[in-house]
Design a protein around this ligand. Sequence first.
Ligand code: DGT
Ligand code: CA
Ligand code: CA
Ligand code: ZN
Length: 561
Amino acid sequence: MLAEQFELLADLMEIGSADSFRIGAYRKAAARIRDTPSSVAQLALDGKAKQLQGIGKTIEAKIVEVVEDGEIHALAKRKAEVPAEVAIFMRLPGLGPKTARRIWQELGITTVAALQAAANAQQLRGHAGIGAGTEEKIAAALAQPRATEGPRRALLGTTLPKLRAVVEVLRAHPAAVEVSLAGSARRMRETVRDLDIIATATDPQALVDYFCSLTWVVDVAAKGTTKATVVSHDGARFDLRVVPPESYGNLLQHFTGSKHHNVALREDAVRRGFSVSEYSISETESGEEHCFAREEDVYRFLGYDWIPPELREGAGELAAARNGGLPELVELADLRGDLHTHTTWSDGKDSLEDMVAAAQARGYAYYAICDHAQRLRGERLHAQAEQIDALNEVVAPFRILKGIEVNIRPDGTLDVDEADLATRDWVVASVHSRFEDSPTERVCAAMESPYVDCIGHPTNRRIGNRRPAPIDLDRVIEKALETGTFLELNAQPDRLDLSDVHARAAREAGLKVVIDSDGHQIGALDYVELGVGQARRAWLTRDDVVNTRTWKQVEKLRKRR
Ligand code: DGT
Ligand code: CA
Ligand code: CA
Ligand code: ZN
């Protein structure tokens, strides 16, 4: 993908110790490309990408290189000099570009697999400036399955809008009957590898031809009479399958996955005398075949309730669907307010008035402005409070809450005193620096404050860029329950923090979470949809989510000040 190419270029330059100005510029460009909902590749082709902040003429030219040649030319050159996987080394805990370079040049290690083997065999310590402690951290980090997944998977948040646009375009074609997303995007998985679309059509070939001829398609990797795989300008792969209407339910079920879910479903079916394939379900004894036009009927025939796609991960959903035990999952429309947002009072891009107007337009009843404490020192805190009071008179009964996002310092104290916290309606406390330093103790200490309502982005991961801090979530959840503090499910596309696994652990412990956009601009308020998707993957119901309640109910539910 486009953004990843700029990231990788910056990484490889850093390892080769090139000048830092250009490295920073490439990283900024990558971030801008990720944040821009429309195709930056298309903008570059039209000569308009340089109108975006952080993208100038040189970078625009590089984007055009990707569209035309598949890769930034400078990246191809760097790849010839530095093995690409060495870039992954520098993201491991305790390592930076210098050590990554030394591991490669002094130890001759060029792949993650070789690095892992060396760390496990304790062959790194004493070399390339690495001590035993760092070696242990490397081994532990590489033992996590997602450690090296990195840039090969795209963020759901940047991909979903594009995928939906494609689905809409296909639906509008006269030959199309049904068009649905499938695969990991339909399951709202936080990252996706390729994008799957399932359709039925009166003329399958016509729909496949049309799909391959869309303007943003730069490469048709495979094409047949009923399916095609294409690559878009920005490097995303799309799989389209046009299927017979009478088996649409079977195929949609199959291609939605996950693989684990499908394997478990098939094994369960075999035990009950059925054999499930992509196209049909057959009875083992009689050989009789059953095709289903509707996915609901596939599940019903096998004795299950219909399972929402977000739950299809082979994590207990089949058993629950058999005995009426599926949770009634939270929905986007259940959210009544957003409890973590920013404005131009700190690092937000839109003004307080504009953010509030956007929140009203979404149908919210309340909305917390949580600008960073370090930008609200002294008079500014009171000045913002006055602005909120005045605006509240205009927008009532809509309620703007005077929130604040405070820093949890390395020693666990907060960077705002109690007297000031007492003037705010809602307090989010987050770690913003030294993520690796005793995160559990710091977060637990912050929760002791009677004013801290919620812990923001608890693990501080940045998907693809920064691994979760080594925080003991079980202890944090326990402390949250004990103190009456909530944990946030931060919905920023590269945060989604709590993750699905962590949010499910919270639910199982009886802890409620807050789904927040952490929006820094109007468009970012939409991120809550990703947060709700993640919450659904975590089996969360409306009751498990704090901000499905009225503000009055939230005030009753939270800790006493
Ligand atoms: P991705 O693309 O890695 O983000 O994840 P998916 O889930 O979209 O995976 P993909 O595109 O490889 O395949 C789409 C679906 O096809 C997958 O969710 C389930 C089904 N599928 C793929 N491989 C297998 C398999 O080996 N066995 C079964 N039963 N189903 C499979
Ligand atoms: Ca896929
Ligand atoms: Ca696929
Ligand atoms: Zn924030």
